[in-house]
Design a protein around this ligand. Structure first.
Ligand code: NAI
Length: 332
């Protein structure tokens, strides 16, 4: 059986790390038929829009996509294409595993966290306006419908994957209505899963505790903005942005991407670490039921890290993107 998968190379280091990832996936699962489409700055230059309809059509057809990072202009210019894709395809869950990797120097060992971030609402709904000059309002949207399906997804995932503890991460002391709604709905859903211990923690306290000792935490369930921040903190706990994978999932479609951005400071130099996107592709393989292939990729990455002979600059080595990718393929 063949699988179609949309490939969005992205901006900055995107084309370098997606090319590396495609080589790894093709080596382990040649049944993937890639359909390349442009989004982001590359598409804007070519088509005058950063998110051509053809991108969405391709993902709707293939149902899965592997996406490189996309540059978002700060404070002006087009709206975030990442947010646009998530909204258009209703990818309401962002799923980010953060775990300790062999031989990657970090402050803590045995980190094994999974971060669930609601992907469609909150402050990141991006609803802003300026009612009078010099006054800007950003609306934090929270609906029971969005919270319900998101929290249910997270608990079902925990059940399926044998996870035993969930922390609901909130600031309901300040945002009494919006985070209050989250807690009310999450407590109700949690009661259907008595074998999963549910705890509640304030976002600021969580940040402090993660820095001091992340090992007691298992699964974190939280809103769009908090989840974004916690994901980068989580990446820092296990070796940086170059190694942490991610997925955006809805009921019909799933888009797999690294947590990192387009890294303009190292773009075009051939030195970006492709591991985060390669591990995102392993999540994609797992998602479509190619479990053995996913496990082979995961193992090969770990062996290469453990050997430490072909590490990119962010991991303290001098290898190029191509060299570390060759090493991973050799271990498959
Ligand atoms: P960034 O993640 O691109 O870079 C932060 C730092 O991490 C830089 O020093 C970079 O060199 C390093 N880094 C990131 N990925 C790396 C890798 N694979 N290997 C080695 N080093 C790596 O974050 P930044 O600079 O804040 O954002 C740059 C652009 O990316 C912005 O336009 C931002 O909007 C966009 N972005 C896109 C994302 C996406 O498409 N999912 C996610 C985050 C940011």
């Amino acid at each position: 059986m063949e699988y179609g998968a949309t490939l969005i190379p992205g901006d900055g280091i995107g084309p370098e790390v997606t090319e590396a990832t495609v080589r790894v996936v093709d080596a382990v699962c040649p049944r993937i038929r890639w359909e390349r489409v442009d989004a982001g700055a590359a598409a804007f230059d070519k088509y005058g829009t950063p998110l051509p309809e053809a991108v969405l059509e391709s993902v709707r057809k293939n149902r899965i996509a592997l996406k490189g990072p996309l540059t978002t202009p700060v404070g002006h210019g087009f709206a975030s294409v990442n947010v646009g894709i998530r909204k258009a395809l209703d990818l309401y869950v962002s799923l980010r595993p953060v775990d300790t990797l062999p031989a990657v120097r970090t402050h803590h060992d045995n980190v094994d966290l999974v971060i669930f971030r609601e992907n469609t609402e909150g402050l990141y709904a991006g609803i802003e306006h300026e009612p009078v000059p010099g006054v800007v309002e950003s609306l934090r949207i929270a609906t029971s419908a969005a919270w319900s399906r998101f929290v249910r997804f997270a608990y079902e995932w925990c059940r399926y994957n044998g996870r035993r503890q969930v922390h609901l991460v909130h600031k309901a002391n300040i945002m009494k209505l919006s985070d209050g709604l989250f807690l009310e709905i999450a407590r109700e859903i949690a009661s259907d899963y008595p074998y999963i211990a549910t705890k509640e923690i304030m976002t600021d306290q969580l940040f402090m505790e993660l820095v001091l000792d992340p090992t007691p935490f298992d699964v974190l369930v939280t809103d769009n903005l908090f989840g974004d921040l916690i994901s980068d903190l989580g990446a820092g706990l296990v070796g940086g942005l170059g190694v942490v994978p991610g997925a955006n999932v809805g009921d019909k479609y799933a888009v797999f991407e690294a947590v990192h951005g387009s890294a303009p400071d190292i773009a075009g130099k051939g030195v970006a670490n492709p591991i985060a996107l390669i591990r995102s592709a392993a999540m994609m393989l797992d998602h479509i039921g190619e479990r053995a292939a996913a496990a082979r990729v995961d193992r090969a990455v770990r062996v290469v890290l453990e050997k430490g002979e072909h590490l990119t600059g962010d991991l303290g080595g001098r290898a190029t993107t191509r060299e570390i990718t060759d090493a991973i393929i050799a271990e498959l």
